[in-house]
Design a binder for this molecule. Structure first.
Ligand code: PNS
Length: 164
């Protein structure tokens, strides 16, 4: 039996274009359950052209997680499972908002398990955030709507700059 200390690192991957209170809720809850949390910003996510550059998304996440210990933010290219292996990740953590998220998330979880043996753990989104998505936030902000209850102040600022 191993007597070494076993630290469990969770990876929370996504596009984070931009990060929302929903994302932040999942990061905060993962920090309470795992020894370290890596937030992985996909540089090549299947999005045509992101509103924010990879660098901007990383900067926003660093700002909004600055009060959380044991959180690392990094961007990655290529396969999620390769990034996970480089960081010694023991679990992928994803938030589930509604049944509509489930099909795609299940498929990704099973694919990632087939590729690498890494388990994905699903966390139910807090009900107050269950309608939230980065794409809705982008749309509302693009028309000058108030998104201050949906994203942290640092993100509101960036959205205002982008759409001013
Ligand atoms: O926030 P999103 O856009 O739903 O996140 C999707 C993401 C980034 C987790 C997914 O597209 C991904 O893992 N991309 C990395 C490339 C990869 O590993 N693809 C195979 C699994 S879908």
């Amino acid at each position: 039996m191993s007597t070494g200390v076993h630290l469990l690192t969770a990876l929370i991957p996504g596009s984070f274009d931009p990060p929302t209170f929903g994302h932040l809720d999942i990061v905060g809850r993962a920090v309470r359950r795992f020894d370290q949390v890596v937030v992985g910003v996909a540089g090549n996510a299947r999005k045509d052209s992101p509103l924010f550059s990879r660098q901007e998304r990383v900067e926003m996440l660093l700002e909004v997680t600055s009060d959380l210990d044991r959180v690392v933010v990094e961007s990655f290219d290529g396969l999620l499972v390769d990034f996970a292996a480089r960081h010694g990740v023991g679990a992928i953590v994803k938030g589930l908002r509604a049944v509509s998220d489930f099909d795609y998330e299940l498929q990704m979880a099973q694919l990632n398990f087939r590729l690498s043996g890494i388990e994905t753990f699903f966390v139910p989104t807090a009900p107050e955030h269950s309608f939230l998505s980065s794409s809705l936030v982008r749309e509302v902000a693009s028309y000058g709507g108030d998104v201050s209850s949906m994203v942290p102040a640092a993100v509101v600022r960036r959205l205002k700059e982008r759409f001013s």
